[in-house]
Design a protein around this ligand. Structure first.
Ligand SMILES: Cc1cc2nc3c(=O)[nH]c(=O)nc-3n(C[C@H](O)[C@H](O)[C@H](O)COP(=O)(O)OP(=O)(O)OC[C@H]3O[C@@H](n4cnc5c(N)ncnc54)[C@H](O)[C@@H]3O)c2cc1C
Length: 392
């Protein structure tokens, strides 16, 4: 697990009761972590020292400057370990993560080394009073479940471990936003709505997730919309320094956003900022069919200038009667047909959307706000889908 995998696991809404032994195991893990967490900088430092001693090859999976990495991997590992009582949510996520990690050349002994280093650093920092044999057994069992799921999924994947693609176009849409079109050497087998991890030559080994903004094309080309976030290592490099001819690497396609054309249910799409990219990809795909479910897209930003893709979406809606696009702005003057407020406010003003499948995409804060407000408004959790978001 590396930097970009610091992600809360999305909840499926399906909840099998965990067996009592698993519940007890998770309680031991959580209690120990509550005591260890304040020491995360020291734990991380010890963890990496031990990992690179046990398995020196793993050093190549991480950026040269380990400052960027800080406590991310340890936090990601602990987050996942604490979820072993939610196998319905965790296992599909781990399987994706396992496939994604093939791009590093991760093998079984690396998983062992990560487990050993994690347990040793917790043991050292918690001390014998807290790190009892029972606690150690709980962590070891949980980590084994995780490592096994990831390795099984990796072994079952016949696709290439990664793909290369050449930048054919880099266009600034605004000071902090760029459209990048790439031509992969080999077709990337993504489906509309999925995302991939990306490595760019300006920031080696700092993989970040990006969502193709188009449906799969005959020529295999892929477009991304990239927004430079404040203090962002990778996004700023892409927006400011990407050049035609740069070679990027992609991991395998991942993600749960899709439209089921056969379900008979209508679709509510909620997109903030560049979260509109996977929605555009799915709409692009739907536009190839004559008949579709009704799709209502709420596309939001702070001001109207943030809605960089609105014209394209409106053009698509003008020729596809199943699509309605509603812009939403938080501040300043609106637009024709525009709603005011946050996306969460705008959507819930229309009720609970009981007959819709709901797809949400955007920044971590926007996803959190939208999903929680919809739940309060009465939307069922299993109606809503979103992909994991990064935490810091
Ligand atoms: C499933 C998925 C799909 C994504 N698709 C896209 C996409 O199509 N286009 C795109 O531009 N980005 C997308 N992202 C976000 C992207 O992966 C990176 O997180 C983002 O570009 C920041 O990376 P960085 O290295 O520049 O910032 P970092 O150096 O990792 O972080 C710098 C600072 O920015 C904050 N930050 C990190 N990510 C975000 C974020 N998404 N929004 C606001 N603040 C953030 C951090 O908290 C930190 O304070 C996607 C993320 C996920 C999880």
């Amino acid at each position: 697990m590396t930097a970009e995998s610091v992600t809360p696991v999305p909840r499926s809404g399906i909840h099998r009761e965990a067996p009592p032994a698993v519940t007890a195991m998770v309680r031991l893990i959580r209690d120990a972590w509550a005591k260890a967490e304040p020491q995360i900088p020291e734990i991380s430092q010890f963890f990496y020292g031990m990992l690179f001693t046990l398995a020196p090859a793993t050093r190549d999976f991480f950026p040269i400057n380990m400052e960027v990495q800080r406590g991310r991997l340890v936090r990601a590992l602990v987050h996942v370990v604490q979820m072993v009582d939610r196998p319905d949510d965790l296992v599909p996520f781990l399987r994706q993560l396992g496939r994604d990690h093939r791009k590093f050349g991760v093998v079984s002994k690396h998983y062992e080394a990560v487990g050993t280093a994690l347990l040793a650093s917790l043991k050292k920092h918690l001390g014998p009073a807290e790190w009892t044999p029972e606690v150690e057994r709980a962590w070891a069992e949980a980590y084994t479940i995780i490592a096994r799921s990831m390795q099984e999924a990796a072994a079952a994947d016949d696709n290439p471990a990664s793909w290369s693609a050449t930048v054919a176009e880099h266009r600034r849409l605004s000071w902090d936003l760029a459209l990048v079109r790439l031509e992969p050497d080999q077709r990337v087998p993504f489906q509309a709505g999925q995302y991939v991890s990306v490595e760019v030559p300006q920031r080696p080994r700092l993989w970040r997730y990006m969502s193709p903004a188009n449906a799969p094309r005959e020529d295999g080309s892929i477009e991304f919309h990239v927004r430079a976030v404040d203090g962002g290592w990778v996004s700023r490099a892409i927006v400011s320094h990407t050049q035609q001819g740069d070679v990027w690497r992609f991991g395998p396609p991942l993600g749960r956003l899709s439209v089921d054309r056969e379900s008979g249910r209508d679709v509510l799409m909620v997109a903030g900022g560049t979260g509109v990219a996977p929605m555009q990809s799915m709409l692009d795909e739907l536009a190839q069919w004559g008949e579709n479910p009704k799709v209502r897209l709420f596309y939001g930003g702070h001001t109207r200038e943030d809605l960089y893709n609105l014209e394209n979406l409106r053009a698509l809606a003008s020729t596809n009667p199943w699509l309605t696009v509603t812009p939403v702005v938080e501040q300043g003057p609106g637009l024709v047909g525009c709603e005011q407020g946050t996306l969460a406010e705008a959507i819930t003003r229309h009720g609970a959307w009981p007959k819709h499948d709901v797809l949400v995409s955007g920044s971590p804060a926007m996803i959190r706000a939208t999903v929680s407000r919809m739940l309060v408004a009465g939307t069922a959790l299993d109606q809503i889908r979103y992909d994991p978001f990064t935490i810091d």
